[in-house]
Write a protein that binds this ligand. Structure first.
Ligand code: C5P
Ligand code: ZN
Length: 483
């Protein structure tokens, strides 16, 4: 589906209205508080807005949060800033914001599914309002980007960060992992300023920083039997193709291969998969790669997908300020720290995945969903990341996965639900499921069709899981679940 001009024009005009709201507040010397979501897209959005406000010499502060709760509302009420900006969150909380913050000026720049009607004090920019798909055509950082661009043309230099945000939200859903829709326009902006290059290349993760044999070994889509998970085997595979894994003393990354070597690797992989009965199209090994030209080669910032993982790491490891600083342009101490956090994050993810795999019964199969109970072992901030990884390699990809962990101090459980496009094409919308199920259990849920979350009181966890199972079943039968 391509977007029509009217949808785009209407969306952009709402972004301009949002820009006006910010500019007016700055002109009146008002204080602006920005609240953003703690994932890659949220940190990118905060970075884009932060950079734009910094340029205006505005009085502002940025806070990163997992959700909007009474604590945040209380804090806002006690400080009464002249403008509150929510980025990459807010659209699921409209009723709460309308009710509790009725006297304050609010700007929501989001792409999550909308629940509730905005009151007059809220300027709400969201692609869903114009029939634009917020799960693949634009992300929260994209909405922030168009608003920043309307504030000042100079903010076009944040376009690569919006690309990073969109990739963090897995929006590269167009052919050969391309960003399309309004994201495509952001890519064009970034290219036109020379900040971004788009290439078609082997799509394996780690093209700038990982030794090739490690890149191959850690690939799970496609899963390459005998190579995925085995670094020594993938090293032998490269050697058999006459591809040198090292140049002098330095491991070579995918970026270092010549065109000829890449072709050889690509066709050998296709042959290898075929010889094991796996019909994987060569074209699926190739995808769009987004390269940030101004960043140092061989670092995680150079490749937009690696950049997005670095940001994700800072958010999930309780260091979101580092991610925001990097998005705002800090390439000194914040980047250095963020790189260390990335190392720690990788080890944490490895440990947690190992914990789930160690006992097969930790993944329970119900009629319509898989359920993983992270107990007290998996931290609530990591649940989303682990469930995203697990959801790509389920025994039955037709069933969504829900995973949860206990947040003891809040006497609640944090749920993350994930599925694949094939299942949403069959009628499943996890955002709607989590919202409806949470409402029935005194919790709060929402999100996107493929990825959604919820917080639910501990005593209602069992009921919640049963309801989710039932609602997914209903959607699969084409029934409406109402919310
Ligand atoms: O927390 P998790 O990563 O599982 O969330 C998946 C998506 O669902 C995120 O984009 C998050 O913002 C959204 N979500 C939501 N409302 C909730 C919980 C999560 O919109 N109550
Ligand atoms: Zn987002």
């Amino acid at each position: 589906m391509s977007l029509d001009e009217k949808q785009i024009a209407d969306f952009l005009s709402s972004a301009s209205q949002a820009a006006e709201t910010v500019l007016e507040t700055v002109k009146e010397n008002g204080v602006i508080h920005v609240f953003s979501h703690f994932d890659t897209d949220g940190l990118s959005a905060a970075g884009i807005v932060g950079r734009a406000l910094f340029r205006l010499d505005a009085k502002f502060r940025v806070r990163i949060t997992q959700w909007i709760d009474e604590k945040i509302i209380g804090e806002i009420l006690s400080e009464k800033p002249q403008l509150i900006v929510f980025t990459d969150l807010g659209s699921g909380y409209i009723d709460l914001l309308s009710e509790k913050l009725a006297d304050l000026k609010i700007l929501i720049l989001d792409h999550h599914q909308i629940s509730g009607e905005a009151t007059a004090n809220i300027v709400h920019v969201n692609p869903h309002l114009y029939g634009i798909d917020g799960a693949r055509d634009i992300s929260g950082s994209g909405v922030a980007y168009f608003t920043a661009r309307a504030m000042d043309k100079a903010n076009v230099d944040s376009a690569p960060i919006a690309v990073v945000g969109a990739l963090g939200d897995l929006q590269d859903k167009y052919d050969q992992r391309m960003l399309g829709g309004l994201n495509g326009k952001i890519v064009e902006d970034a290219k036109s300023t020379g900040l971004l290059t788009v290439e078609k290349d082997l799509i394996f993760f780690g093209r700038e920083t990982r030794p090739i044999h490690r890149t191959l070994a850690s690939t799970t889509s496609p899963f390459i039997p005998g190579i995925s998970g085995g670094e020594d085997k993938s090293l032998a595979f490269l050697v058999s193709l006459d591809i040198r894994p090292k140049h002098n003393d330095k491991w070579r990354a995918l970026r270092d291969l010549s065109e000829e070597e890449k072709k050889r690797l690509c066709s050998a992989l296709a042959d290898y998969l075929l010889s094991r009965g796996l019909h994987y199209k060569v074209s699926n090994l190739i995808g769009h790669v987004y390269i940030l030209n101004r960043e140092e080669p061989w670092t995680p910032l150079r490749d937009a997908r690696e950049f997005s993982v670095l940001l994700n790491a800072t958010g999930r490891m309780n260091k979101p300020g580092l991610g925001v600083a990097v998005c705002m342009g800090d390439r000194g101490s914040a980047l250095e720290e963020a790189n260390k956090v990335l190392g720690r994050y990788r080890r944490t993810i490895g440990k947690h995945l190992g914990w789930v795999m160690e006992k097969p019964e930790r993944m329970e199969e119900l009629e319509n969903i898989f359920v993983v109970n992270g107990e007290d072992y998996i931290e609530d901030k990591i649940v989303g990341a682990i469930s995203s990884i697990l959801s790509t390699s389920l025994p039955n990809p037709e069933k969504p996965l829900i995973m949860y962990a206990n947040i003891i101090e809040e006497e609640a459980a944090k749920f993350s639900a994930r599925t694949v496009d094939m299942v949403t094409n069959m009628g499943v919308n996890l955002g709607d499921v989590m919202q409806a199920a949470a409402e029935k259990c005194q919790g709060k849920g929402g999100g996107h069709n493929v990825a959604a979350g919820a917080q639910v009181p501990l005593e209602n966890v069992t009921t919640f899981i049963e309801i989710v199972n039932e609602l997914v079943g209903k959607q699969l039968k084409g029934e409406k679940i109402g919310s």
